[in-house]
Design a protein around this ligand. Structure first.
Ligand code: NAI
Length: 288
């Protein structure tokens, strides 16, 4: 059993916390306020109860909850062997959180960055422990996914990588080794696809249902790119495309204005009940 700090209790943090807890680890889950943490624990309890029905393992939801404590204080991570950071995809917010982690965590704590696109070397540079900072790009929904990208930064030690790989294995995941480039492998491709799909809707070439139907029916994809955007979070897609655009200065990553407008309007996808599609309380697509 390992004590793992999980910072950020949104879409990814709740999945990471649940996955760790049902794998026998103790979790200290951190977010900005009590209301967010209460919503997160209710979500974890529900997802754990439904795990078997959703195609995951049958888990003891009460035991999962007993393994998770929640707090608004990073200082409560003093005993954590690993900290998995899952806060919003924004450089200034991440920078501030890593400064706090550096101040409060033990000198040997491994920092695992769960980011869609921000380079791990850049994150490590604002800590005093670059050899102990590593990237893991988890996939959503975390407890259901058997693999993730494992990304060493420039200074990450081989020992940190192997300890992280072992933690992932204990969570039932294979860490696929990927080099540290903005967007890694998955999001260099996925974000371009989703951004271009958003442009199709923005330009009136097709509506969201049609775009997704082409990918599902013609290519046999289980989900279309705009359903995928709703699953990830339209806001998170926008922030990730912005990071890629800024990092590569390449117009192919120019964020679609529709993503910005939807983010401003609160149409964040499944987590807000509406994005490119409408959703019920169980995350099922409602007819338009
Ligand atoms: P989200 O918006 O659902 O959740 C972010 C959480 O972080 C919120 O609950 C927010 O209150 C909290 N937060 C913000 N600042 C904080 C701070 N200073 N201290 C503690 N908590 C703080 O975002 P999501 O989707 O969970 O994404 C988190 C990270 O994971 C992002 O970097 C994203 O790019 C990455 N990611 C997202 C995936 C997805 O499918 N949504 C997949 C893989 C990675």
């Amino acid at each position: 059993m390992t004590i793992v700090g999980v910072v950020g209790a949104g879409v990814m943090g709740t999945g990471v916390a649940q996955n760790l807890a049902q794998s026998g680890h103790r979790v200290v889950l951190v977010d900005l306020d009590r209301e967010i943490l209460d919503r997160a624990t209710a979500q974890i309890h529900r997802n754990a109860r439904l795990s078997g029905l959703l195609g995951g393992p049958v888990v003891d939801a009460d035991a999962v909850m007993a393994a998770i404590t929640t707090t608004t204080e990073i200082a409560d991570l003093a005993d954590a062997e690993f900290v998995i950071e899952n806060i919003v995809e924004n450089w200034e917010a991440k920078r501030a959180v890593y400064a706090e982690l550096e101040e409060h965590c033990a000198p040997g704590t491994v920092f695992i960055a769960n980011t869609s696109a921000i380079p791990i070397t850049k994150i490590a540079s604002v800590t005093g422990r670059p050899s102990l900072v590593v990237g893991v790009h988890f996939m959503n929904p975390v407890p259901m996914k058997p693999a993730c990208e494992l990304i060493p930064g420039f200074h990450t030690s081989a020992e940190t990588v192997e300890r992280t790989r072992a933690l992932l294995a204990s969570m039932g995941k294979k860490g696929i080794d990927v080099k540290d480039a903005c967007g890694f492998v998955s999001n260099r491709v996925l974000m371009l696809t989703v951004n271009e799909a958003a442009y199709l809707v923005h330009e009136g070439v097709a509506d969201a249902a049609t775009v997704d139907e082409v990918f599902r029916s013609c290519f046999g994809h289980p989900m279309g790119p705009l359903e995928t955007a709703d699953l990830i979070g339209v806001d998170t897609i926008l922030y990730s495309v912005e990071v890629l655009y800024e990092q590569y200065s390449d117009s192919k990553y120019r964020p679609c204005p529709l993503l910005r407008q939807m983010t401003d309007a609160g149409l964040h996808g499944r987590k807000s009940g509406r994005g490119f599609h409408h959703y019920d309380d169980f995350g099922r697509v409602l007819p338009q």
